[in-house]
Write a protein that binds this ligand. Structure first.
Ligand code: AGP
Length: 369
Protein backbone atom coordinates (compact mmCIF):
# COMPACT_ATOMS: atom_id res chain seq x y z
CA UNK A 1 0.00 0.00 0.00
CA UNK A 2 2.91 2.34 0.76
CA UNK A 3 3.97 1.79 -2.83
CA UNK A 4 0.53 2.71 -4.12
CA UNK A 5 0.70 5.88 -2.09
CA UNK A 6 3.91 6.80 -3.88
CA UNK A 7 5.77 7.49 -0.63
CA UNK A 8 3.05 9.76 0.77
CA UNK A 9 1.39 9.03 4.11
CA UNK A 10 -2.09 9.11 2.63
CA UNK A 11 -3.77 8.87 -0.77
CA UNK A 12 -5.27 12.28 -0.21
CA UNK A 13 -1.85 13.90 0.13
CA UNK A 14 -0.58 12.05 -2.94
CA UNK A 15 -3.60 13.23 -4.90
CA UNK A 16 -3.14 16.83 -3.74
CA UNK A 17 0.45 16.71 -4.98
CA UNK A 18 -0.57 15.14 -8.29
CA UNK A 19 -2.51 18.23 -9.33
CA UNK A 20 0.10 19.96 -11.50
CA UNK A 21 0.29 16.69 -13.46
CA UNK A 22 -3.44 15.90 -13.52
CA UNK A 23 -4.34 19.36 -14.80
CA UNK A 24 -1.74 19.05 -17.54
CA UNK A 25 -3.24 15.69 -18.50
CA UNK A 26 -6.67 17.25 -18.53
CA UNK A 27 -5.61 20.01 -20.94
CA UNK A 28 -3.46 17.88 -23.22
CA UNK A 29 -4.58 18.01 -26.87
CA UNK A 30 -7.42 20.34 -25.93
CA UNK A 31 -5.79 23.76 -25.80
CA UNK A 32 -3.76 25.54 -28.48
CA UNK A 33 -2.51 28.73 -26.86
CA UNK A 34 -0.61 30.02 -29.90
CA UNK A 35 -3.67 29.79 -32.11
CA UNK A 36 -6.11 30.82 -29.39
CA UNK A 37 -8.13 27.66 -29.87
CA UNK A 38 -9.88 25.06 -27.71
CA UNK A 39 -10.78 21.65 -29.06
CA UNK A 40 -13.14 19.33 -27.23
CA UNK A 41 -13.56 16.20 -29.31
CA UNK A 42 -16.18 14.81 -26.93
CA UNK A 43 -18.73 17.55 -27.60
CA UNK A 44 -17.71 18.60 -31.09
CA UNK A 45 -20.80 17.14 -32.75
CA UNK A 46 -22.79 19.69 -30.74
CA UNK A 47 -20.63 22.64 -31.82
CA UNK A 48 -23.41 24.09 -34.00
CA UNK A 49 -26.09 23.59 -31.39
CA UNK A 50 -24.04 25.53 -28.85
CA UNK A 51 -24.52 28.68 -30.92
CA UNK A 52 -28.23 28.71 -30.15
CA UNK A 53 -28.79 27.36 -26.69
CA UNK A 54 -30.93 29.35 -24.26
CA UNK A 55 -29.58 28.11 -21.03
CA UNK A 56 -27.30 25.66 -19.29
CA UNK A 57 -28.26 23.74 -16.20
CA UNK A 58 -25.46 22.14 -14.23
CA UNK A 59 -26.41 19.22 -11.98
CA UNK A 60 -24.06 17.58 -9.47
CA UNK A 61 -23.54 16.74 -5.80
CA UNK A 62 -20.97 17.73 -3.18
CA UNK A 63 -17.60 18.81 -4.46
CA UNK A 64 -18.73 18.34 -8.07
CA UNK A 65 -21.51 20.85 -7.35
CA UNK A 66 -18.88 23.32 -6.16
CA UNK A 67 -17.03 22.84 -9.45
CA UNK A 68 -20.37 23.60 -11.12
CA UNK A 69 -20.54 26.96 -9.32
CA UNK A 70 -17.13 27.86 -10.71
CA UNK A 71 -18.43 26.75 -14.12
CA UNK A 72 -21.41 29.09 -13.80
CA UNK A 73 -19.07 32.01 -13.23
CA UNK A 74 -16.86 31.08 -16.21
CA UNK A 75 -19.61 30.24 -18.72
CA UNK A 76 -21.59 33.38 -17.95
CA UNK A 77 -18.46 35.54 -18.05
CA UNK A 78 -17.06 34.25 -21.33
CA UNK A 79 -19.84 32.54 -23.30
CA UNK A 80 -22.65 34.82 -22.05
CA UNK A 81 -25.07 31.89 -21.65
CA UNK A 82 -27.27 31.92 -18.52
CA UNK A 83 -26.36 29.09 -16.16
CA UNK A 84 -28.21 27.51 -13.26
CA UNK A 85 -26.42 25.20 -10.86
CA UNK A 86 -28.59 22.63 -9.13
CA UNK A 87 -28.10 19.96 -6.52
CA UNK A 88 -29.03 16.82 -8.45
CA UNK A 89 -30.92 15.54 -5.41
CA UNK A 90 -33.22 18.58 -5.37
CA UNK A 91 -33.55 18.98 -9.11
CA UNK A 92 -34.87 15.48 -9.62
CA UNK A 93 -37.75 16.00 -7.23
CA UNK A 94 -38.86 19.37 -8.55
CA UNK A 95 -40.84 19.87 -11.72
CA UNK A 96 -38.13 21.85 -13.50
CA UNK A 97 -38.78 23.68 -16.76
CA UNK A 98 -36.54 22.07 -19.34
CA UNK A 99 -36.73 22.43 -23.12
CA UNK A 100 -34.91 21.03 -26.15
CA UNK A 101 -32.91 24.22 -26.26
CA UNK A 102 -31.36 23.54 -22.86
CA UNK A 103 -28.05 21.84 -22.27
CA UNK A 104 -27.65 20.00 -18.99
CA UNK A 105 -24.10 19.42 -17.78
CA UNK A 106 -23.80 16.61 -15.24
CA UNK A 107 -20.57 16.61 -13.24
CA UNK A 108 -19.41 13.53 -11.37
CA UNK A 109 -16.02 12.17 -10.40
CA UNK A 110 -17.20 8.60 -10.03
CA UNK A 111 -19.90 8.64 -12.68
CA UNK A 112 -22.04 6.50 -10.36
CA UNK A 113 -23.81 9.01 -8.10
CA UNK A 114 -27.46 7.94 -7.92
CA UNK A 115 -28.97 11.42 -7.59
CA UNK A 116 -26.98 12.76 -10.52
CA UNK A 117 -28.01 9.80 -12.65
CA UNK A 118 -31.68 10.35 -11.81
CA UNK A 119 -31.41 14.06 -12.69
CA UNK A 120 -29.88 13.15 -16.07
CA UNK A 121 -32.67 10.69 -16.83
CA UNK A 122 -35.33 13.25 -16.05
CA UNK A 123 -33.72 16.00 -18.16
CA UNK A 124 -33.26 13.53 -21.01
CA UNK A 125 -36.94 12.59 -20.99
CA UNK A 126 -37.77 16.27 -21.30
CA UNK A 127 -35.64 16.67 -24.40
CA UNK A 128 -32.51 18.42 -23.13
CA UNK A 129 -29.06 17.67 -24.50
CA UNK A 130 -26.92 16.16 -21.76
CA UNK A 131 -23.17 16.60 -21.45
CA UNK A 132 -21.17 14.75 -18.84
CA UNK A 133 -17.97 15.72 -17.06
CA UNK A 134 -16.65 12.56 -15.52
CA UNK A 135 -13.40 11.13 -14.23
CA UNK A 136 -14.04 7.40 -14.46
CA UNK A 137 -14.04 6.20 -18.07
CA UNK A 138 -16.93 3.94 -18.97
CA UNK A 139 -18.85 4.62 -15.74
CA UNK A 140 -22.67 4.82 -15.77
CA UNK A 141 -22.94 8.59 -16.23
CA UNK A 142 -20.82 8.80 -19.40
CA UNK A 143 -23.04 6.04 -20.78
CA UNK A 144 -26.22 7.97 -19.97
CA UNK A 145 -25.17 11.28 -21.53
CA UNK A 146 -25.27 12.38 -25.18
CA UNK A 147 -21.69 13.62 -25.13
CA UNK A 148 -19.03 14.52 -22.64
CA UNK A 149 -15.54 15.41 -21.64
CA UNK A 150 -13.42 13.23 -19.36
CA UNK A 151 -11.33 14.90 -16.67
CA UNK A 152 -8.40 12.44 -16.99
CA UNK A 153 -7.29 13.09 -13.40
CA UNK A 154 -6.45 9.42 -12.85
CA UNK A 155 -7.95 7.24 -10.09
CA UNK A 156 -8.92 9.17 -6.97
CA UNK A 157 -8.80 6.95 -3.90
CA UNK A 158 -9.17 9.43 -1.02
CA UNK A 159 -12.85 9.87 -0.19
CA UNK A 160 -12.32 13.63 -0.02
CA UNK A 161 -12.14 14.81 -3.60
CA UNK A 162 -9.10 16.93 -4.48
CA UNK A 163 -7.53 16.38 -7.89
CA UNK A 164 -10.91 15.47 -9.40
CA UNK A 165 -12.25 18.87 -8.34
CA UNK A 166 -9.47 20.88 -9.99
CA UNK A 167 -9.77 18.71 -13.12
CA UNK A 168 -13.54 19.35 -13.23
CA UNK A 169 -12.89 23.07 -12.93
CA UNK A 170 -10.31 22.80 -15.73
CA UNK A 171 -12.82 21.05 -18.02
CA UNK A 172 -15.46 23.67 -17.22
CA UNK A 173 -12.93 26.38 -18.06
CA UNK A 174 -12.28 24.70 -21.41
CA UNK A 175 -16.02 24.32 -22.02
CA UNK A 176 -16.61 28.00 -21.25
CA UNK A 177 -13.91 29.01 -23.73
CA UNK A 178 -15.16 26.49 -26.31
CA UNK A 179 -18.70 27.84 -26.08
CA UNK A 180 -17.42 31.41 -26.25
CA UNK A 181 -15.48 30.45 -29.36
CA UNK A 182 -18.63 28.96 -30.95
CA UNK A 183 -20.81 31.90 -30.03
CA UNK A 184 -18.23 34.50 -30.96
CA UNK A 185 -18.34 36.14 -27.54
CA UNK A 186 -14.55 36.08 -27.24
CA UNK A 187 -11.82 37.33 -29.59
CA UNK A 188 -8.93 35.16 -30.70
CA UNK A 189 -6.44 37.54 -29.13
CA UNK A 190 -8.24 37.31 -25.77
CA UNK A 191 -8.24 33.52 -26.05
CA UNK A 192 -4.53 33.50 -26.84
CA UNK A 193 -3.95 35.52 -23.68
CA UNK A 194 -6.20 33.33 -21.49
CA UNK A 195 -4.97 29.99 -22.83
CA UNK A 196 -1.35 31.04 -22.46
CA UNK A 197 -2.05 31.76 -18.82
CA UNK A 198 -4.07 28.57 -18.35
CA UNK A 199 -1.18 26.58 -19.78
CA UNK A 200 0.97 27.95 -16.92
CA UNK A 201 -1.47 27.11 -14.15
CA UNK A 202 0.14 23.73 -13.36
CA UNK A 203 3.41 25.56 -12.56
CA UNK A 204 1.55 27.98 -10.33
CA UNK A 205 -0.09 25.08 -8.51
CA UNK A 206 3.38 23.64 -7.98
CA UNK A 207 4.39 26.92 -6.35
CA UNK A 208 1.24 26.91 -4.19
CA UNK A 209 2.18 23.41 -2.97
CA UNK A 210 5.50 24.76 -1.72
CA UNK A 211 3.68 26.54 1.13
CA UNK A 212 3.04 23.15 2.71
CA UNK A 213 5.29 23.72 5.77
CA UNK A 214 3.74 27.07 6.52
CA UNK A 215 0.24 25.60 6.12
CA UNK A 216 1.17 22.88 8.60
CA UNK A 217 2.12 25.58 11.13
CA UNK A 218 -1.23 27.29 10.61
CA UNK A 219 -3.00 23.93 10.97
CA UNK A 220 -1.27 23.47 14.34
CA UNK A 221 -2.72 26.79 15.56
CA UNK A 222 -6.33 26.10 14.63
CA UNK A 223 -6.58 22.32 14.93
CA UNK A 224 -8.50 22.43 18.21
CA UNK A 225 -11.22 24.75 16.98
CA UNK A 226 -14.76 23.48 16.96
CA UNK A 227 -15.95 25.78 14.17
CA UNK A 228 -14.43 27.48 11.20
CA UNK A 229 -15.73 29.96 8.61
CA UNK A 230 -14.54 30.18 5.00
CA UNK A 231 -15.28 33.39 3.13
CA UNK A 232 -14.73 34.47 -0.45
CA UNK A 233 -16.33 36.56 -3.17
CA UNK A 234 -16.87 36.02 -6.89
CA UNK A 235 -15.09 32.89 -8.03
CA UNK A 236 -13.59 32.78 -4.52
CA UNK A 237 -17.00 31.86 -3.07
CA UNK A 238 -17.13 28.29 -4.45
CA UNK A 239 -13.52 27.95 -3.26
CA UNK A 240 -14.71 28.87 0.24
CA UNK A 241 -17.52 26.29 0.05
CA UNK A 242 -15.09 23.63 -1.07
CA UNK A 243 -12.59 24.55 1.67
CA UNK A 244 -15.34 24.20 4.28
CA UNK A 245 -16.55 20.86 2.91
CA UNK A 246 -13.01 19.43 2.94
CA UNK A 247 -12.52 20.45 6.56
CA UNK A 248 -15.88 19.00 7.64
CA UNK A 249 -15.38 15.72 5.82
CA UNK A 250 -11.98 14.77 7.10
CA UNK A 251 -11.45 16.62 10.40
CA UNK A 252 -15.07 16.64 11.71
CA UNK A 253 -14.72 20.33 12.56
CA UNK A 254 -17.92 22.18 11.81
CA UNK A 255 -17.19 24.54 8.93
CA UNK A 256 -19.24 26.85 6.76
CA UNK A 257 -18.49 28.51 3.47
CA UNK A 258 -20.14 31.85 2.84
CA UNK A 259 -19.96 34.72 0.38
CA UNK A 260 -17.93 37.26 2.38
CA UNK A 261 -20.53 40.00 1.92
CA UNK A 262 -23.27 37.82 3.41
CA UNK A 263 -21.43 37.66 6.71
CA UNK A 264 -23.14 40.79 7.99
CA UNK A 265 -26.53 39.16 7.38
CA UNK A 266 -26.02 36.53 10.04
CA UNK A 267 -22.77 34.62 10.46
CA UNK A 268 -20.97 37.66 11.91
CA UNK A 269 -22.82 36.86 15.14
CA UNK A 270 -20.64 33.77 15.48
CA UNK A 271 -17.35 35.62 15.53
CA UNK A 272 -15.29 35.75 18.68
CA UNK A 273 -11.68 34.95 19.60
CA UNK A 274 -12.42 31.22 19.24
CA UNK A 275 -13.46 31.47 15.60
CA UNK A 276 -10.92 30.99 12.82
CA UNK A 277 -12.02 32.66 9.59
CA UNK A 278 -10.33 31.67 6.36
CA UNK A 279 -10.50 34.38 3.71
CA UNK A 280 -9.84 34.07 -0.01
CA UNK A 281 -8.25 37.51 -0.21
CA UNK A 282 -6.33 37.48 -3.48
CA UNK A 283 -5.84 40.58 -5.60
CA UNK A 284 -8.77 40.66 -7.95
CA UNK A 285 -11.91 42.71 -8.52
CA UNK A 286 -13.25 42.14 -5.01
CA UNK A 287 -9.96 42.65 -3.14
CA UNK A 288 -10.88 45.99 -1.50
CA UNK A 289 -14.26 44.64 -0.40
CA UNK A 290 -12.70 41.53 1.10
CA UNK A 291 -10.29 43.76 3.03
CA UNK A 292 -13.20 45.51 4.71
CA UNK A 293 -14.73 42.10 5.54
CA UNK A 294 -11.41 41.13 7.17
CA UNK A 295 -11.51 44.31 9.23
CA UNK A 296 -15.01 43.42 10.43
CA UNK A 297 -13.75 40.03 11.62
CA UNK A 298 -10.66 41.49 13.28
CA UNK A 299 -12.80 44.07 15.09
CA UNK A 300 -14.62 41.14 16.71
CA UNK A 301 -11.36 39.37 17.58
CA UNK A 302 -11.76 36.55 15.08
CA UNK A 303 -8.61 34.74 13.99
CA UNK A 304 -7.94 35.51 10.32
CA UNK A 305 -6.18 33.11 7.98
CA UNK A 306 -5.88 34.69 4.54
CA UNK A 307 -5.04 33.22 1.17
CA UNK A 308 -3.30 36.14 -0.54
CA UNK A 309 -1.49 36.96 -3.76
CA UNK A 310 2.31 36.75 -3.58
CA UNK A 311 3.78 40.05 -2.46
CA UNK A 312 0.57 41.25 -0.78
CA UNK A 313 1.12 43.94 1.85
CA UNK A 314 -2.39 45.17 2.75
CA UNK A 315 -3.92 41.95 4.08
CA UNK A 316 -0.68 41.09 5.86
CA UNK A 317 -1.17 44.09 8.12
CA UNK A 318 -4.45 42.66 9.40
CA UNK A 319 -4.44 38.89 9.12
CA UNK A 320 -3.06 36.56 11.79
CA UNK A 321 -1.68 34.19 9.14
CA UNK A 322 -1.17 34.70 5.42
CA UNK A 323 -0.62 31.99 2.86
CA UNK A 324 0.64 33.26 -0.49
CA UNK A 325 -0.32 31.92 -3.89
CA UNK A 326 0.91 33.09 -7.32
CA UNK A 327 -1.04 35.84 -9.05
CA UNK A 328 -3.56 34.71 -11.66
CA UNK A 329 -6.46 35.96 -13.70
CA UNK A 330 -9.67 35.78 -11.65
CA UNK A 331 -10.93 33.06 -13.99
CA UNK A 332 -8.17 30.72 -12.83
CA UNK A 333 -8.12 31.69 -9.18
CA UNK A 334 -10.17 28.66 -8.00
CA UNK A 335 -7.60 26.28 -9.47
CA UNK A 336 -4.82 27.77 -7.34
CA UNK A 337 -6.60 29.03 -4.22
CA UNK A 338 -8.10 25.59 -3.55
CA UNK A 339 -4.67 24.02 -3.07
CA UNK A 340 -3.75 25.59 0.31
CA UNK A 341 -7.25 24.81 1.62
CA UNK A 342 -6.87 21.14 0.71
CA UNK A 343 -3.52 21.05 2.54
CA UNK A 344 -4.93 22.91 5.54
CA UNK A 345 -7.76 20.39 5.99
CA UNK A 346 -5.37 17.51 5.44
CA UNK A 347 -2.93 18.62 8.17
CA UNK A 348 -5.66 19.48 10.64
CA UNK A 349 -7.27 16.05 10.14
CA UNK A 350 -3.94 14.24 10.56
CA UNK A 351 -3.19 16.23 13.74
CA UNK A 352 -6.60 15.30 15.12
CA UNK A 353 -5.89 11.63 14.45
CA UNK A 354 -8.66 11.25 11.88
CA UNK A 355 -8.81 8.65 9.16
CA UNK A 356 -8.05 11.02 6.32
CA UNK A 357 -8.57 8.68 3.38
CA UNK A 358 -11.70 7.05 4.74
CA UNK A 359 -13.61 9.44 6.95
CA UNK A 360 -16.42 8.05 9.06
CA UNK A 361 -19.89 7.74 7.53
CA UNK A 362 -18.73 8.56 4.01
CA UNK A 363 -18.37 6.49 0.85
CA UNK A 364 -16.36 7.40 -2.22
CA UNK A 365 -19.43 7.31 -4.39
CA UNK A 366 -22.99 7.57 -3.21
CA UNK A 367 -24.82 5.02 -5.33
CA UNK A 368 -27.98 5.05 -3.23
CA UNK A 369 -30.48 7.81 -2.79
C1 AGP B 1 -16.18 15.18 -1.93
O1 AGP B 1 -15.07 15.37 -1.15
C2 AGP B 1 -17.22 14.28 -1.41
N1 AGP B 1 -16.72 13.06 -0.92
C3 AGP B 1 -18.55 14.26 -2.13
O2 AGP B 1 -19.15 15.48 -1.83
C4 AGP B 1 -18.60 14.01 -3.64
O3 AGP B 1 -18.05 15.09 -4.31
C5 AGP B 1 -20.04 13.78 -4.07
O4 AGP B 1 -20.56 12.63 -3.45
C6 AGP B 1 -20.20 13.63 -5.58
O5 AGP B 1 -19.52 12.53 -6.08
P1 AGP B 1 -19.28 12.34 -7.61
O6 AGP B 1 -18.46 13.49 -8.09
O7 AGP B 1 -18.56 11.02 -7.75
O8 AGP B 1 -20.63 12.33 -8.29
Amino acid sequence: EMLEKGGFDHFMLKEIYEQPRSIKDCMRGRIYPEEGKVQLGGIKEFAEKLKNIDRIIIVACGTSWHAGLVGEYLIEEYARIPVEVEYASEFRYRNPIITEKDVVIAISQSGETADTMAAIEMAKERGATIFGICNVAGASIPRLTHAGVYTHAGPEIGVASTKAFTAQVTVLTLMAFYMAQQKGTITTSKLIELLTELDNIPDKIQIALESNDLIKEVAEKIKDSTNCLFLGRGSGFPVALEGALKLKEISYIHAEGYPAAEMKHGPIALIDEEMPVVFIATQNSSYEKVISNIQEVKARKGKVIAIVTQGDTEVKKMADYCIEIPDANEAFLPLIATIPLQLLSYHIAVMRGCNVDQPRNLAKSVTVE
